[in-house]
Design a protein around this ligand. Structure first.
Ligand code: ADP
Length: 483
């Protein structure tokens, strides 16, 4: 018999041990007889053993316990001890029969199992990713803390749901397709990106790796899911895509804008040359180089001349804009008497203002201010502001042109008492092609380029342009140029 065995009297006095007992313990019957076996016990366990043994002796119930017993080598090994009462026909106990089975191997296996279970639990609970087991219908069987955090449900809440319940509906079909393949054994695992609906109804992007566990007969048992929150990665990816799209669109726009500028440049050159020639010939006719003109002829030629002038004006504006937009546009600064320049512009504008019976008031044009500017461009800019002031003022109004010298800059103000510009359009007027409708825009011509290039020219000089204007009250454009 491989087990240790012994027999005791009804009162627990052991009077016989088998051979294995003596072999294992290295003791003799003399030492062991009665209650001598106690010296083979671990003192920490002995009280408990005695208590249970005495209880069995008192009640007549069988005894079962695992405790260590010391071997002949002085080392302890765990033994499962079972003691059964042997009774006679009347039910009276006449002997107790005990066996002790060495369960060291079993204990080791149990301990190993409990360590591995503990490790699994720790890995499961503390993992930085969501981990779950699900039954074959998709019901959550086991979920870790991280998964609860990702979806915002508590463990108890989640265990009442299925993965279908919390999957964002448009993403469910894809997932079910893979689940189906897993169940049929066509794949061993799969990884997809999909969305869950969190408890607060917001969406969370996750990466899901799913696999299936089978028993030894190959029957499907449950699913394992590894779930990672990828909201941030998705966000970064989407932002990157958005940026790429924007950059592509921007490049496309730049290309279109370049092509358009080129077209404007070529077209306006082509238009300007014949219009200039027409102007020269009309001049010759008007001045009588082809004979004296009748009143009717002179009137017609005047109309032709005025219209040709308008065309030239538009073409020049187009050309100017195309030049400004060209990458190599530069200003040519020379030391300029700014007051003299403004006096010149004022004189030229007075002529067209007279047609509208408007008067130009000037202030500060007697100052001696020398400034390094591009006189051609600045003259064109002021001229444009004065033209606008006249165009967008009713007949008979006064227009002001003022020059001021401050510590670090000069200011040139062009002010009118005209139709004004409503505040929401103050920024728009500087855009290319921006024409803002007002009560006079139907009666005057314009291209929508003027203020665009005035602003560009002023900024190329390191200056700025500001506007104060109210609808129906008038406008005040102030050009600041650094000294
Ligand atoms: P254009 O006069 O050829 O339309 P501009 O670029 O010079 O183009 O001006 C843009 C718009 O700004 C004009 O269409 C007009 O509505 C408004 N604007 C410019 N100057 C004035 C002004 N002095 N008074 C009122 N509106 C003005």
């Amino acid at each position: 018999m491989p087990n240790l065995a012994w027999i005791a009297h009804p009162d627990g006095f052991i009077y016989w041990y088998n051979k294995r007992w003596y072999e294992y313990t290295g003791t003799t019957l003399k030492e062991m007889e009665g209650w001598g076996w106690q010296k083979l016990h671990d003192t920490k366990e002995l009280d408990n053993v005695l208590k249970n043994w005495k209880l069995s002796l008192a009640t007549g119930d069988p005894f079962e316990m695992t405790f260590p017993l010391k071997g002949s080598n002085g080392k302890f090994k765990p033994f499962l001890t079972r003691i059964v009462p042997l009774k006679d026909a009347s039910g009276k106990i006449h002997h107790w029969f005990g066996t002790c089975t060495d369960v060291s191997d079993l204990s080791e296996a149990k301990e190993a199992l409990s360590i591995s279970e503990e490790r699994f639990k720790a890995t499961f609970e503390h993992a930085a990713v969501g981990i779950a087991h699900l039954d074959l219908n998709g019901k959550w069987l086991m979920v870790n803390n991280q998964l609860c955090k990702i979806v915002g449900y508590t463990k108890e809440e989640l265990l009442k749901l299925t993965f279908q319940d919390i999957t964002y509906k448009p993403d469910l079909e894809l997932d079910l397709k893979y689940v189906n393949k897993l169940q049929k054994g066509r794949i061993h695992s799969y990884t997809i990106e999909k969305r869950y609906v969190k408890k607060d109804k917001s969406l969370v992007w996750i990466s899901l790796t799913g696999s299936i566990v089978k028993d030894s007969n190959g029957i499907n048992k449950y699913f394992i899911a590894i779930i990672k929150d990828i909201t941030e990665t998705r966000k970064a990816q989407e932002e990157k895509q958005q940026l790429e799209l924007l950059s592509r669109e921007r490049n496309e726009l730049i290309k279109i804008s370049k092509a358009k500028d080129e077209f404007i440049s070529i077209a306006s050159h082509q238009l300007r040359t014949p219009a200039t020639v027409v102007k020269q010939y009309l001049d010759l006719l008007e001045n009588g180089y082809a004979g004296t003109l009748s009143n009717e002829q002179a009137k017609f030629i005047k109309i032709a001349y005025n219209n040709n002038e308008r065309q030239l004006h538009t073409v020049n504006a187009l050309l100017k804009t195309a030049q400004l937009d060209a990458e190599n546009f530069t200003i040519h600064r020379i030391s300029t008497d700014i007051a003299a320049l403004l006096r010149g512009v004022a004189n030229e504008s007075k002529v067209s203002m007279q047609i509208r019976k408007q008067t130009l008031h000037t202030e500060g044009l007697d100052k001696d201010v020398k400034l390094k500017i591009d006189p051609v461009e600045i003259k064109l800019s002021i001229n444009n502001l004065l033209e606008n002031a006249s165009k967008y003022s009713h007949d008979g109004k006064v227009i002001y042109l003022k020059l001021k010298k401050l510590k670090t800059k000069i200011t040139i103000t062009v002010e009118d008492k005209g139709v004004g510009i409503s505040p929401e359009n103050h920024h728009r007027i500087y855009e290319k092609f921006a024409r803002v409708d007002n009560e006079l825009s139907d009666t005057v011509t314009g291209t929508g380029f003027g203020l665009y290039w005035v602003k560009q020219i002023v900024e190329l000089h390191g200056g700025s342009i500001t506007l104060k204007s109210e609808l129906h009250k008038g406008s005040k454009f102030i050009i600041n140029l650094p000294l």
